[in-house]
Design a binder for this molecule. Structure first.
Ligand SMILES: NC(=O)c1ccc[n+]([C@@H]2O[C@H](COP(=O)([O-])OP(=O)(O)OC[C@H]3O[C@@H](n4cnc5c(N)ncnc54)[C@H](OP(=O)(O)O)[C@@H]3O)[C@@H](O)[C@H]2O)c1
Length: 317
């Protein structure tokens, strides 16, 4: 008989209210997979896009959301050589397919997970993978940010932004950040050299001669970000994916524009862990809610009234 577990399921696309907790079958690991008892699951903007049907990656409901997870290996399938039962692991498996991390248990390909660093608890570890890998793949893999670069990070109080600031600093860059006034102290505290309150000031007048802009907002803000780049500078967007107009506009001005969509990346995760262990990177969890409050978590996610990350805990710990 298959064991049961609690998971957040949705039976229709819609607002946060479609998220409900239900008893479902516990998944079983097959070749190269581990079964993880989830101690914490990170909540991301992509979860909301999939929930609403704006980005129907998982096809029509029913399905269970969630990619970021941190927990303990409770079962291994044949082919798993890197982990044993009892190991504490975290990661962002399977994206763009389902990982169903909003649950008590989830299965994941073992090589899309890494060991949780001892200095992070499960909540912090669950807040790291998707936004941390996005920042890593944008600033390090793609932009190759290096010492002395001037980097502008938009929305630096958010999930991607707060890790991007720390990553850019760890690479030796000078970091300019945009954030609302209420998050300015936090953003300064994680290493930004200059914080621009985007509601009170026009960032194009406050920043210039920038080597790399990380665009986490898209639209008009991405276009205006071209104004602050030095000749040959790079706009990396994680929002305006496939926007050929933006790429063309950048090219016409002697600038570059590349779009990054986050993917599972053991090398990137290991690099993030190394920085965590060196004390140079730390995810900030602004809000922890039980699994049953997934709808509340998504309402909060849409509000920007939190700093860093929102995390769900299946067992209330
Ligand atoms: N391509 C990918 O693989 C990928 C991966 C992860 C995320 N994303 C996308 O990247 C975006 C950010 O994700 P996230 O997880 O960082 O979101 P988040 O945690 O919700 O943070 C968004 C932040 O934007 C700030 N903000 C809003 N308007 C702003 C403006 N005009 N200027 C500067 N900051 C502003 C908000 O804070 P304040 O207004 O209070 O400062 C908020 O902290 C989302 O659109 C998400 O879908 C893409």
């Amino acid at each position: 008989m298959t064991a049961a577990m609690r998971a957040v399921v949705q039976r229709a696309f819609g607002g946060p209210e479609v998220l409900e907790t239900a008893e479902v079958d516990r998944p079983g690991p097959v070749m190269n997979e581990v079964l993880v008892r989830v101690h914490a699951a990170g909540v991301n903007q992509i979860d909301a896009l999939v929930r609403s049907g704006t980005l129907p990656l998982l096809g029509p409901p029913p399905f269970t959301l969630g990619w970021d997870l941190s927990g303990v290996v409770v079962e291994t399938a044949p082919g798993v050589t890197r982990f044993a039962v009892g190991d504490e692991v975290f990661g962002m498996p399977c994206l763009p397919r389902a990982a169903a991390a909003y649950a008590e248990y989830a299965v994941a390909p073992s090589r899309q997970l890494v060991r949780k660093p001892a200095s992070l608890d499960h909540r912090e570890a669950a807040g790291l993978p998707l936004v941390g890998l996005t920042a890593w793949q944008a600033l390090v893999d793609t932009a190759r940010v290096t010492a002395g670069d001037r980097v502008l990070v938009h929305a630096a109080g958010g999930g991607v932004g707060h890790l991007a600031v720390q990553l850019a600093k760890a690479r030796g860059a000078e970091v300019i950040a945009t954030a609302s006034a209420g998050k300015a102290d936090f953003v300064r505290g994680i290493g930004a050299d200059q914080v621009i309150d985007y509601r009170a000031r026009d960032f194009t007048e406050e920043a210039g001669d920038v080597d790399v802009v990380l665009d986490t907002l898209g639209g008009d803000l991405a276009v205006r970000s071209l104004d602050v780049l030095r000749p040959g500078g790079l706009l990396v967007t994680v929002v305006d994916i496939g926007d050929e107009t933006l790429v063309r506009r950048a090219g016409e001005r002697g600038l570059r524009c590349l779009a990054v969509t986050c993917e599972p990346d053991q090398v990137g995760l290991a690099a993030l862990v190394e920085l965590v262990e060196a004390g140079r990177l730390r995810p900030h969890v602004g809000q922890v809610l039980p699994l049953e409050s997934a709808a509340e978590a998504h309402t909060l996610l849409a509000s920007a009234a939190f700093t860093g990350k929102i995390v769900l805990t299946p067992d209330g710990r």
